[in-house]
Design a protein around this ligand. Sequence first.
Ligand code: ADP
Length: 324
Amino acid sequence: ITRVGVFTSGGDSPGMNAAIRAVVRTALYKDKKVTGIYHGYQGMIDNTMFDMDSQSVSSIIQMGGTVLKTARCMEFKTTEGRAKAYEHVRTAGIDALVAIGGDGTFTGAEIFSREFNIPVMCIPGTIDNDLNGTDLTIGYDTANNTVIEAIDKIRDTAASHNRLFFIEVMGRDSGCIALNAGVAGGAEAILLPERETAIDELIDMLEQAADRKKSSMIVIVAEGDKNGGANNVARCVQEKVGYYDTKVSILGHLQRGGAPSSADRVLATRMGYAAVNELLKGNTRATVGVRGSEIVTTPLEEALSKKELKLNEDLVEIAKIMAL
Ligand code: ADP
């Protein structure tokens, strides 16, 4: 390997820049050259690439988003699109790739690597913490911190008005953010995509909380909750029990932005470093991850096929007890 290509793809997450920086600096340290590819797979097809040096990644560790930009690229899903991408990758002299992104990015990387026999290593970047082969993804900790800050602020106004607030957080398939934020924010109830909570069951929980004369009540609703999101849940509760003063807050994309937390910067730096070293050792078609305090790798085929249950079952129970 003489030149490593690095890119971010799919949804962005805070800490991606720290990962890019670690990839670039580790590769340079190992006397390899580095090419930055803009806009993920789209940039391979459009040939928007540039030579990176140590300076290219100065002062980016603290920045949210991704300096390499990201994109969703339909053309890369076609054989012709990937052939065009490979032609540009080859011409640039890139002989190994580091892909930072989520499930879709991993899928593309796996296919591309097999098709053109080019080594790839993936780094898990998404706030949802829904990837296999790792306990934690880059951006998850920051998103949790952002959500908790928002919940605390909403709690202030909820308490002043004796209101019932429904706060919708990100997570279409994964309740990780909802559960974590619910526990840390002292939510009265948490609705998760992995669990069905009937509206009547939720009302029971709220009545119990009201009996204990709680001055404010907060329900965290994951985006992917089976009742159809916070607006729907609030409407259903309102229809059944009219006396609550209900409000809805959908946190949305602010959860994806902001300066990465210390934990995410360190995780991203360790993963970026490991990704390059693994490639140089001959490891390929895999993703780096963290298990406990260890950095590990998992073949992409395995990471993409099985579904790990990320939800901490104990924490689900603890959350219920804490709300009593
Ligand atoms: P994420 O990586 O966050 O899951 P996407 O699902 O949008 O985001 O995937 C990112 C990109 O990966 C897609 O826009 C596409 O270019 C590429 N990709 C996803 N699935 C495939 C596939 N089956 N074949 C080839 N490329 C894919």
